[in-house]
Each structure stands twice: as structure tokens, then as C-alpha cells.
Ligand binder design. Structure first.
Ligand code: GLP
Length: 246
């Protein structure tokens, strides 16, 4: 794992954007794996600005999102579909038909998981997966205890994840209890992974990720076994890490 330490959230977002834009420029047809949450919004903002200023085009980019809540329609302001539209898709020239997010409203949820996993394979796999990390080490919505062999699947969200995400909803009761997420094995098949980490609330997770063993009780630890991971983390997130070569 390569670790890039930056001063703050803004620098993390700028560095991440440079990395993503570099890949888009070098590739004829890039498949980007996208994440939601507070962490990547700065990155998306930088991509939008670059699109307006430098004209970087997304006409040949496919996107595949990590996850979606169960029970929220595409129109729901808290759905990850709406998040992606308002934070990125509506402001760049990506074709909406080339963007993919699991459907949280599918009548047969297992079928939707299978469809999504197959879709990822059929698009040729993910070239660059953007990831954030939950305070408990979750990636996507793969909560502690998720099998490292898991493909796209249905999950019960932990209370700590529901509480962490309640800030986007009017009350915690409105936070869905289930989601569809790419599995750990799905994420690990990505050819490259870019993990973004910012803030003191993630310092414990960063310490566990960099210093503890690989274990299903801390899902992100599997990234240590991936051949091409870059972590861009700010100083606050790295506060507790002992042996970083600074
Ligand atoms: C959410 C998302 C993850 C995200 C994580 C951290 O539950 N499903 O993809 O990485 O939590 O969120 P944040 O970036 O807001 O800290």
C-alpha cells in the first residue's frame, strides 16, 4: 500500500482528483468505481471544477457505485443515486446510461445483487475504485464480520453505521436498516484502489488498518493484500499511526 500524507481534507481531495484525472486522460474507456459518504464530496467538487476549467471529458467513462440503501427510490434525496447526481453526475458530461448504482427498490433483492455482480464483470471490471472507510473499518457497506469471499450482497447495517449516517436524514428512524453493497471480493477484483481518509474520527481506523492483522472483523484490512492500493490520508487521520515514514 502506498500512503500519501496530506495536510487536510482539501489537499486530500485535490490529490485524489489529480490521480483520477490522470487515469481518465491515459485511458480510452475507464471504469471508475465510486463511493458515497462525506469523504469523496471534495474529490467530486474538484473533478467538476476541472471539467469546467480544463474540459476533462467523461463521455468515455463508465461508473459503478459501491452501494445503495434498501427502500429508497431514485427520487429520494437520501438515495445514493441522488447523492451521485447532485455531487457529480449532473455537473459533468458523463452519460447517465453509463452510470450504475444498485437498485434499492428491486422486488427481488437477491436477483438485483446477482445482476449487479454480473454487470461489473460484463463491463470488464473496475479500473479504479474510490473508497472511503467507516469508523468500524467498513468499506462499501461491508460491516465487520463480512466474509472476504463475499460478492454483491444484501446487508443489515450496524447501529454505529446508521448513527454515523443519520446526519443526512431528519432522524435516525429514517436511516434504512439494510443496503445492497459490492462485496469484499468484488472490491478486491478492482485493478486499482484509491482509499481516501480524513479527520480525527478515522484515526483509530487508520491505526488498525496500518498496524493490525488482516481480519474479517476489520473489513478494510483486506486491502493490505491488494497489489495496487494508494491511501491518501490527512494528518488528522494519521495522528495515531506510529511507524509512518514521514
Ligand atoms: C458509508 C458508505 C461508505 C463510506 C463510509 C464512510 O456508510 N457506505 O462507502 O465510505 O460510510 O463515510 P464518510 O465518508 O461519510 O465518513
Amino acid at each position: 500500500m502506498r500512503i500519501i500524507e496530506v495536510s487536510d481534507y482539501k489537499q486530500m481531495s485535490v490529490k485524489a482528483a489529480q490521480h483520477v484525472i490522470g487515469k481518465i486522460m491515459k485511458s480510452d474507456c475507464l471504469t471508475l468505481g465510486l463511493a458515497t459518504g462525506g469523504t469523496p464530496t471534495g474529490l467530486y467538487g474538484e473533478l467538476i471544477e476541472d471539467h469546467h476549467v480544463n474540459g476533462t471529458s467523461y463521455k468515455c467513462v463508465n461508473s459503478i457505485n459501491l452501494d445503495e440503501y434498501i427502500g429508497l427510490s431514485k427520487e429520494d434525496p437520501n438515495s445514493y443515486f441522488q447523492y451521485m447526481c447532485s455531487n457529480l453526475f449532473s455537473h459533468i458530461d458523463i452519460a447517465l446510461e453509463n452510470t450504475h448504482i444498485p437498485s434499492g427498490m428491486a422486488t427481488d433483492l437477491q436477483k438485483e445483487c446477482d445482476r449487479y455482480e454480473k454487470l461489473i464483470e460484463e463491463t470488464g471490471g473496475i479500473d479504479l475504485q474510490i473508497l472511503g472507510i467507516g469508523e468500524n473499518g467498513h468499506i462499501g457497506f461491508n460491516e465487520p464480520g463480512t466474509s472476504f469471499q463475499s460478492g454483491t450482497h444484501l446487508v443489515e447495517l450496524t447501529e454505529s453505521t446508521r448513527e454515523a449516517n443519520a446526519r443526512y436524514f431528519s432522524s435516525i428512524d429514517e436511516v434504512p436498516r439494510q443496503a445492497i453493497t459490492m462485496g469484499i471480493s468484488t472490491i478486491m477484483k478492482s485493478r486499482e484502489i484509491l482509499l481516501l481518509v480524513s479527520g480525527k474520527s478515522k484515526q483509530d481506523a487508520m491505526k488498525k488498518l496500518l498496524e493490525n492483522e488482516v481480519t474479517e472483523s476489520f473489513p478494510a484490512s483486506i486491502l493490505r493484500n491488494h497489489p495496487n492500493v494508494t491511501i491518501i490520508a490527512d494528518k488528522d487521520a494519521l495522528t495515531m499511526v506510529q511507524h509512518l515514514h514521514r
